[in-house]
Design a binder for this molecule. Structure first.
Ligand SMILES: [Zn+2]
Length: 308
């Protein structure tokens, strides 16, 4: 069976102002980089409101719909914008992760990657922020728990920024283990080790600016992987941000493309041990176009190797 690749052209219609790092070209570069890979290509559906309502109240959804501009841009906060195509893009992004969970739990794909935007891991319960409108990874987790009846799901977030939204949305969800590593200090400022969730199911791994591959690997081996193995998730969801790359302009970690391949391979190994290899990965950040495309390809190639 082949690794799933979920995307939709609507995700290219979420336009941000000139010079904004979270731009259409990111996804274009990724899709180009994945073009020749032998993947199971799946068109992402629009999410149903019921999917979004597992993590966001109706007023947040209505608020996003109400703010959609008919032309130009609507600024939501300091760095979050909407264009006329943003609502459909956000519904496709959320729909992609939900469908990916269905594919993987339904045995139609061993694992899957969602090449989507806007990203999701900064969106809090009632707050769109940090380029994110809906909490894609968290709603994928809730879909797996509530719709498919799983008992334990893990989210691993290796984006360079703290997954504050995922942490917020799953804070009091004892069936979900949230592991997030992030450069600290760095926007949004949260992600300290004492943020552990209502049921001690949140693990924050702050990394000092300049942290390279060796220290990252040591931190994951010492903290993340033992927690993940002990929790025995029935599905691993990955918030795959590639902005910890040494070439990324928004942060100061020094991971190489090989480090992203390594962490993916390790997560696949653990998934093989605990959940028949089931992984759903979704794109978060990554703002150097070449590094993003290269690291995403390395990530997807590891998923493909594990699928064989
Ligand atoms: Zn990021």
């Amino acid at each position: 069976m082949k690794t799933g690749l979920l995307t939709h052209a609507d995700c290219l219609n979420h336009v941000t102002p000139e010079g904004h790092p979270e731009r259409v070209a990111r996804l274009e570069h990724i899709l180009h980089a994945l073009e020749d890979l032998d993947l199971q290509r799946v068109t992402a559906p629009l999410a149903a409101d019921d999917d979004l309502l597992r993590v966001h109240p109706q007023n947040h959804i209505s608020d996003i719909l109400d703010q959609r501009p008919s032309d130009g841009f609507k600024q939501i906060d300091g760095d979050t914008f909407m264009s006329p195509g943003s609502v459909d893009a956000a519904y496709r992004a959320a729909g992609a992760v939900v469908r990916a969970v269905d594919l993987v739990l339904g045995g139609e794909a061993p694992n899957a990657f969602c090449a989507i935007r806007p990203p999701g891991h900064h969106a809090e319960t009632e707050t769109a922020m940090g380029f994110c409108l809906f909490g894609n990874a968290a709603l994928a987790a809730k879909h797996a728990l509530d719709h498919h009846g799983l008992n334990r799901v893990a989210v691993v977030d290796f984006d360079v920024h703290h997954g504050n939204g995922t942490q917020d949305l799953l804070w009091d969800e004892k069936r979900a283990l949230v592991i997030t590593s992030q450069q600290m200090p760095l926007w949004p400022g949260s992600g300290r080790t004492d943020e552990t969730g209502a049921y001690e199911t949140v693990l924050n791994i702050p990394l000092a600016p300049g942290t390279g591959g060796a220290e990252m690997r040591a931190a994951y081996k010492a903290q993340a992987f033992p927690r993940l193995r002990a929790f025995k998730p029935e599905l691993i969801i990955v918030s795959a941000g590639f902005d910890a790359h040494q070439d990324d302009p928004l942060a100061n970690l020094n991971w190489s493309t090989g480090d992203f391949a390594w962490i993916t391979a390790e997560l696949c190994k653990i998934a093989d041990e605990v959940c028949d290899g089931r992984i759903v990965s979704t794109l978060e950040g990554g703002y150097d176009l070449n590094a993003l495309a290269e690291a995403t390809r390395a990530h997807v190639e590891e998923l493909m190797k594990a699928a064989q």
